[in-house]
Design a protein. Structure first.
Lengths: 344, 468
């Protein structure tokens, strides 16, 4: 009887200790990983919104305290100008790795105006790659009909002939599907779920860790998206025609200025040089974009110049590795400068 | 099968349950042998044959040596001992340097234990504790089962700590039962080791691997900082593994000595080797340095013995010229330090004056810088890379400026631990086991476990020392 009481006491104590430890570490997690909640949608300008008027903390790659505006996009709390440029893209554009003012869209904004307003409006969303952005073109033009220009950011041109055609398939646009309306229509259960997730960043961090662990056990993928033989076959086939059709499709949708902002991935070589990881599709894009009056900005030269002259690597942070992951502050600045040259 | 895997947790759990119920000593040892060979087979089932054959050979050699000693043939037993050691070294050299076959996991470690078994049998150092199954004054020839368990004992067969036969074999006859205190200590050591490995070492490996892959790309300052990162990574990786191994051994009822004792607090090379990979230093001292003559044959011979011991230590670590250089430079450093100590003998005083403290701090910093510098050839892939790194650091060459934040964070943590130790005037590690019977101990332990899961870096899993 005495022994049973001893064990019960210790089991209760362990449970209590675990709860206290969990609370302490959960509080600590708010300082470095408290991501914003996402509201997924079927169509529109992006694949989803972030919870309007909320904040998030991202400290696992770089460090950022994100501010979500009333429309569900990551932007500073400033009014949108009557004349504005819309910036679309994936996580690089969303920029949840560096302070908000250091993103290329914000730097460009500050280059273009002295006023406290947004003349560059960022709707970047993780996972909204080049082809995804193009599939949401109807949504983008529907949701932001008064934008003066459109910037589409991409870190790769590895879209084969089929992907180029698929990029024209539109997801559609429902004007009533705004972040605010989605938030208002959430059920009590969904609201509770969001509240719980917001209160327990530690659980989300542990879940992310579990996914990373599972990923680390998986066999590395054997596919090489930069295989020169594959791209040679593509380029000698119907690639140009498909790209021409895609650019023609974009131009048919809007007569506004469209800029494709391309920043290739890089790799640090054993001999100390930096190599651009490309599939050599740049000349095709340059030629065909020009044909359709679409601006194509290729960051290759700027990146190489910065590396060769100042040893600046455009990707990576002080808590990750150079050349890997997302673009850093230096790259954002370079991209803003290249965009400014084109827009001024 | 890694320590940090579900199969290992299952293996150790089943083993502990079975050992709890088994009361027969021989059955216990048989079970330990089965578990050890099962663990080893998960790494390389073919190499298990080598482990078994080498253990068998060692046991037969030890038995013959003991027999010859018993018959008064001391000279013959010495010749046999040398022949047996020679065979072991040839086997190791064949796998390590010939490069014809992949190096069997843990060969470098269990071979040293095999030599220890032969040498300790020859010296008559293996004693059976009182109260054990065998009378205290009985001549000890380790049984085949004991020899197999000793050489293949799974917590340390892959990467040590290297346990001497005279310290381990007597424990087989008097294995300590698992108590709550023992469980508490063992599990904490294991958890701390897992934290050091998964959170600290593996996260530092991210930066170190990247920079050492292309040293020509990085600035001198970055290379210097990364060399510090590697010093930390190596410590956390190997100390983490050792802690886990010692923790598991504790759970199984065996006491293994600690393998690291804040090595970057050392004030000179001799002090460093008393704190770093203690089990290897102790092995080298007992089975190499002292048999070579130690310090008994004059100064010149002492210097030669020290230098030779360190060169052999370098060769034991790896087959490339980098390891030879690393060992030789450590040898040279020790010889210079010893010579200087002889020239200017330090009047030891108990009084800890501010000047002496200041001198200690300066010695500590200089020793760390020397150790850190010597880790460069240890980590660099080639001699050319070593030269590149050293020359770029010395000339402060421009290049990518990459200042990995975790080097600062983990370096600061280690520095704080060392400062606390220094302030206490203690030479040992101030990180003591938590009192799990108390509430705050339980909370701290839970924080350690959750923090390990939170911050673990999954990607580079292998322990550095398992490749040696």
């Amino acid at each position: 009887m005495h022994k049973t009481g001893f064990y019960i006491k210790h089991i209760i104590q362990w449970g209590f200790a675990f709860a206290i430890a969990f609370i302490i570490l959960n509080l600590a997690t708010f300082a470095f990983y408290d991501p914003c909640q996402e509201l997924l949608r079927s169509g529109g300008s992006t694949t989803g919104f972030l919870l309007p008027d909320s904040k998030g903390v991202y400290g696992l790659e770089g460090y950022c305290i994100a501010n979500i505006d009333g429309n569900g996009y990551v932007n500073r709390d400033l009014p949108r100008s009557d004349h504005y440029i819309l910036v679309c893209g994936a996580s690089h554009t969303e920029g949840l790795f560096i302070p908000l003012k250091s993103r290329y869209s914000d730097i460009l904004n500050d280059m273009l105006t002295d006023k406290d307003e947004l003349c560059v409006y960022n709707i970047g969303r993780s996972g909204n790659y080049f082809s995804v952005v193009l599939q949401h073109l109807d949504g983008i033009l529907g949701e932001f009909p008064d934008a003066d220009a459109l910037i589409i950011e991409t870190d790769t041109l590895t879209y084969d002939t089929k992907a180029l055609y698929d990029s024209q398939i539109q997801t559609g646009y429902d004007p009533g599907e705004t972040a605010r309306s989605m938030l208002d229509n959430l059920s009590q259960r969904q609201r509770l779920s969001i509240k719980v997730k917001q209160s327990l960043p530690l659980v989300r961090e542990l879940h992310k860790q579990y996914l990373t662990y599972e990923e680390s056990k998986a066999e590395p993928s054997s596919s090489d998206i930069l295989d020169p033989d594959f791209w040679e076959k593509e380029f000698s086939g119907g690639y140009s025609k498909a790209l021409d059709e895609l650019m023609g499709f974009i131009r048919s949708k809007t007569d506004k200025q469209v800029i494709i902002l391309y920043h290739p991935a890089v790799s640090i070589q054993k001999d100390g040089s930096m190599k651009l990881l490309t599939n050599d599709a740049e000349p095709y894009y340059e030629e065909i974009c020009a044909k359709h009056d679409i601006d194509f900005i290729d960051m290759s030269d700027a990146f190489m110049k910065a590396y060769n002259e100042e040893h600046i690597v455009p990707y990576g942070f002080s808590n990750t590795t150079p050349g890997d992951g997302h673009i850093n502050r230096a790259a954002h600045r370079m991209m803003a400068e290249e965009l400014y040259k084109k827009l001024r | 099968m890694s320590f940090l895997s579900l199969p290992f947790v299952i293996l150790i759990s089943v083993l502990l349950i079975l050992l709890f119920f088994i009361k027969n000593g021989k059955a216990e040892r048989l079970l330990l042998l089965i578990a050890s060979y099962l663990f080893y087979a998960c790494f390389d089932v073919h190499a298990l044959a080598l482990l078994f054959l080498l253990s068998l050979f060692t046991w037969a050699g030890a038995k013959l040596i003991a027999g010859l000693i018993k018959n008064g043939q001391k000279d013959s037993s010495k010749k046999l001992l040398i022949a047996c050691i020679f065979v072991q070294v040839i086997v190791l050299a064949f796998f390590k340097y010939a490069g014809l076959f992949p190096m069997p996991v843990g060969l470098s470690f269990y071979m040293l234990q095999a030599i220890s078994l032969l040498a300790d049998t020859y010296r008559g150092d293996i004693k059976i504790p009182s109260g054990a199954e065998v009378p205290e004054d009985a001549p000890v020839v380790p049984s085949l089962l004991d020899s197999l368990v000793y050489i293949g004992f799974f917590p340390q067969v892959v990467s040590g700590p290297i346990v001497k036969a005279r310290d381990f074999i007597p424990q087989l006859s008097a294995r300590k039962k698992l108590t709550l205190e023992r469980f508490s200590y063992g599990i904490q050591l294991f958890a701390l080791g897992a934290f050091l490995k998964l959170v600290m070492a593996d996260r530092l490996a991210v930066c170190v691997d990247k920079v050492y892959d292309a040293p020509l790309a990085y600035s001198g300052l970055t290379l210097l900082l990364t060399s510090v990162g590697y010093s930390l990574q190596l410590l956390f990786d190997f100390a983490g593994y050792s802690d886990m191994a010692i923790g598991v051994a504790w759970l199984l009822g065996f006491d293994l000595e600690k393998n690291f004792n804040l090595p970057y607090m050392s004030v000179n090379p001799s002090d460093f080797w008393h704190r770093w990979h203690i089990s290897l230093s102790s092995w080298l001292k007992d089975y190499l340095y002292i048999p070579l003559g130690g310090s008994r044959k004059g100064n010149t011979r002492t210097y030669i013995n020290i230098f030779l011991t360190m060169v052999i230590s370098g060769l034991w670590h790896g087959s490339t010229v980098n390891f030879l250089i690393w060992g030789a430079l450590h040898g040279l450093w020790q010889v210079i330090h010893r010579a200087l100590t002889h020239l200017h003998p330090n009047n030891k005083t108990e009084q800890r004056t501010p000047l002496l403290r200041f001198r200690s701090v300066i010695s500590m910093i200089l020793s760390f810088l020397a150790v850190n510098f010597l880790w460069i050839p240890f980590r660099a892939q080639t001699l050319s890379d070593t030269w590149t790194i050293v020359s770029r650091i010395v000339t402060l060459k421009p290049g990518i400026g990459y200042y990995y934040v975790y080097i600062f964070i983990f370096g600061a943590i280690l520095l704080i631990v060392q400062l606390i130790t220094a302030c206490k005037g203690d030479s040992g590690n101030p990180v003591k086991p938590l009192p799990l019977g108390r509430m705050y101990g339980k909370i701290a332990f839970c924080i350690l476990i959750i923090a390990t899961l939170m911050f673990a870096y999954f990607g580079s899993g292998a322990f550095i020392y398992s490749q040696f």
